[in-house]
Design a protein around this ligand. Structure first.
Ligand code: NAD
Length: 438
């Protein structure tokens, strides 16, 4: 049997858990998680305990300042980066320069300058970078890719894509570091990057020109105008938050309590800020227009305060039209909203979602054809995480070539960064003015 690859993970928050479980449980034959690193020693300790509880040797713990030392001392082959978005680049570049491969969470980074530094470091070192665009691994998204590649609607003229985040999931971006544009790049980078990557992949296209309009319409100080704002800064310990359907109650969920509330003394990171408190620098309602190098265009909308969660995709082609509707959850239960989606304790099942998926091909002169779709899995991100890690860590073959590279990471980022610049200037932005990617 081949010697397992040696992995280290930096950023031991909630997303890290999926990787810890995947490496230590699903892929323990091919992977060894040898070290964990974070700025917060308490959260780091929680993930060390999680790994040890899965029956593998406990990974060593390192402070963020000792990251490079960790790579040498633990003879690390691959680094997994799951820190706050704006800090990804420092770890990606340091890992590449130390001779490691990198698996990084999306977005690859949050600005054009750091993106250029990652591309240069990858070129110079020749090491591999994989960006975990797990949406590519959702079976229905693979079906869309196959249908479009097979020419089911002919040459693609345009795409219309609307994404809705409900008042449970959408609100969560306004409670912590995501609410700060300098940390997350805003939702166009942090969230829509998934969607922009899907469209780049589906169309085999690069974005060339982008125009955007958007604002903070619902959250922040707008809450008072809409009759929602309550007067508190963070939910924990605030009587005004007790019956606020927008409040996150950390103490009621053992996993959230351990990861965030109990770890606060080390760094003061508050996970449960009032979504209607001042200080938010990101938008919650965004419209984007994109022209691709193939000549196709996309009109895109992201709404982060919707009553239901899901998306609608329409692809117009020279032979007809593809229509996808995915309803992940058709309403928000105010009781479920007291905690966050996906926060069932260490791998326990989430409550059933009330959703459905329809995929149709409408060719000219013919009745619509309903394409049968796989039932959505209740595992992480509709089963996409398991399918992605099987390829990243398990060496499973990937005929659809879905594992995204640094170039894919940069191209997804480019639409969001150009859209952000367009928001700031009020003008269309040529992506080549931000970053030249061949
Ligand atoms: N692909 C997906 O579906 C998906 C889902 C959730 C999160 N994510 C991504 O995963 C990453 C982590 O998100 P999360 O929800 O776990 O956030 P989190 O806040 O729960 O965890 C972030 C961790 O990074 C640590 N950290 C912050 N600054 C650091 C630094 N300079 N050096 C080292 N550690 C640092 C924090 O202490 C914390 O433990 C983000 O990039 C996010 O975009 C991706």
């Amino acid at each position: 049997m081949a010697t397992p690859r040696r992995y280290a993970l930096v950023g031991t928050g909630s997303r890290a858990e999926m990787f810890v479980r995947s490496l230590c449980l699903d892929h323990r034959e091919t992977a060894a998680l040898v070290a964990l690193c974070d700025t917060n020693p308490l959260r780091l300790r929680t993930q060390q305990r999680l790994a040890a509880g899965l029956g593998v040797p406990e990974p060593a713990g390192y402070a963020a300042a000792d990251f490079t030392e960790m790579l040498a001392k633990e003879r690390v082959d691959t680094v997994v980066v799951t820190t706050v978005d704006s800090t990804h680049e420092a770890y990606i570049v340091a890992a590449l320069r130390a001779g490691c491969d990198v698996v990084t969470e999306k977005p690859m980074t949050t600005d054009a300058e750091s993106c250029a530094r990652i591309l240069a470091a990858q070129q110079e070192t020749g090491r591999s970078v994989r960006v975990t665009f797990n949406y590519r691994f959702n079976p229905v998204h693979e079906q869309v890719k196959r249908l479009l590649d097979e020419g089911a609607v002919g040459e693609i003229g345009s795409v219309h894509f609307e994404w809705l985040l409900d008042v449970r999931h959408g609100a969560d971006y306004f409670r912590r570091w995501h609410r700060d544009k300098a940390s997350s790049g805003g939702l166009l980078v942090h969230k829509s990057g998934h969607h922009f990557d899907l469209v780049n992949w589906w169309l085999s296209a690069r974005p060339e020109e982008v125009y955007a309009q958007g604002r903070l319409f619902f959250y922040g100080e707008n809450g008072v105008r809409h009759g929602f704002g309550r007067d508190y800064d963070r939910a924990h310990g605030s009587p005004a938050a007790a019956d606020d359907p927008f409040a996150l109650h950390l103490a009621e969920n053992p996993r959230l309590k351990e990861l965030y509330l109990d770890a606060e003394p080390a760094d003061g990171y508050q996970r449960d800020r009032n979504v209607f408190a001042p200080g938010i620098s990101i938008e919650d309602d965004l419209a984007v227009l994109v022209r691709y190098d193939t000549g196709a265009t996309m009109s895109y909308h992201l709404t982060a305060y919707a009553p239901w969660e899901g998306y609608r995709l329409m692809v117009n082609g020279s032979r007809g039209r593809l229509e996808l509707e995915v309803v992940e959850s058709d309403h928000v239960d105010p009781i479920a909203a007291r905690t966050v989606k996906g926060s069932a304790l260490h791998g326990a099942e989430e409550p059933a979602e009330q959703g459905w998926t329809t995929l149709k091909i409408r060719n000219f002169w013919q009745p619509p054809e309903d394409v049968p779709v796989e039932k959505r899995s209740r595992e992480g991100h509709g089963g996409a995480d398991v399918r992605m890690t099987a390829i990243l860590f398990g060496g499973r073959q990937d005929p659809l070539n879905r594992a995204a590279t640094e170039r894919d990471g940069a191209l997804a980022l480019l639409t969001g960064l150009a859209a952000n610049r367009s928001l700031a200037t009020g003008r269309p932005v040529a992506t080549a003015d931000l970053l030249s990617i061949r």
